[in-house]
Design a protein around this ligand. Structure first.
Ligand code: SAH
Length: 243
């Protein structure tokens, strides 16, 4: 059974979008994954097919109606995780992407305007997901981001490269930088270690650069990168807390 993405959106024609190209596109035509975009408007009940209404309490913009959203979700729900794209959600991580890719797929709800009536999250099991601390005009691009990150991990999509354990964020660190021919360009040489042919030396250089770059570029990642790995003995942790 292929990994299935069902997207609830007001703009179904935006899918599969860029995922119809390149490696994701090939995997799509090979049936490794499937993409089904469903128009939220199909679940509107009035003759104008209204999906939004003005915000309670006043203010600008429009809010997606909870009755329409619930009807759309209920029509496609089948046990796959339901994600709602929102800047109020939990930031997406590579760890969560791995879990999603290992499952049967996802149902992804895309917001527009001011977003969703909050009550949908109280009555349906929905994971609110953010792709970063900035605001988009709609959830469609965010949904494509989630799908892209998952699809490249599916078996058979990327070959050896997708084992990806050295990739940025897989270990909690940034990956080391890459180089390719020509060996010299505008006075810049490829680091000598990488040209040495000495595998141990290359591995050491890559580890060192990964550590160094994470530390300087992403101190937030560096501070936590050991957290998911082997924990020190409880005595040592205790001591650390008391410091
Ligand atoms: N009023 C909302 C923003 C609405 S933006 C707020 O301030 O929280 C319109 C839609 O774009 C959202 O419903 C959501 O689906 C999508 N969106 C915008 N920024 C996003 C982000 N960082 N991550 C995921 N989805 C986002």
């Amino acid at each position: 059974m292929s990994w299935r993405a069902t997207i609830l959106t007001l703009y179904p024609e935006m899918f599969p979008g860029h995922l119809g190209q390149s490696i994701a596109g090939r995997a799509l035509s090979e049936g490794i994954w499937a993409c089904n975009a469903v128009n939220i408007r199909d679940f509107a009940t009035d003759k104008h097919r209204t999906v939004d209404d003005t915000p309670a309490g006043g203010g600008p913009g429009m809010v997606l109606k909870v009755d329409v959203l619930s009807a759309a979700i209920d029509a496609v729900a089948d046990g796959r995780p339901v994600l709602a794209m929102t800047p109020r959600g939990k930031p997406l991580t590579q760890a969560r992407v791995r879990e999603l890719a290992a499952g049967p797929g996802a149902i992804i709800l895309c917001g527009r305007f001011e977003g969703f009536d909050e009550r949908i999250f109280q009555r349906r099991a929905i994971e609110e997901v953010s792709i970063g601390d900035y605001v988009l005009s709609g959830g469609e691009v965010a949904a494509l981001v989630v799908m892209d990150a998952c699809v490249r991990l599916l078996p058979g999509v990327m070959g050896a490269a997708s084992s990806g354990i050295e990739e940025s964020h897989e270990s909690g660190l940034l990956e080391h930088p890459h180089y390719t021919r020509p060996p010299e360009w505008e006075g810049l040489a490829i680091p000598e270690e990488l040209r040495s042919g000495d595998h141990a030396r290359i591995a050491k250089w890559r580890r060192a650069r990964s550590n160094m770059d994470t530390r300087s570029r992403r101190p937030d990642l560096w501070d936590h990168h050991g957290d998911d790995r082997v924990q020190p003995p409880s005595g040592a942790r205790q001591q650390k807390k008391e410091e």
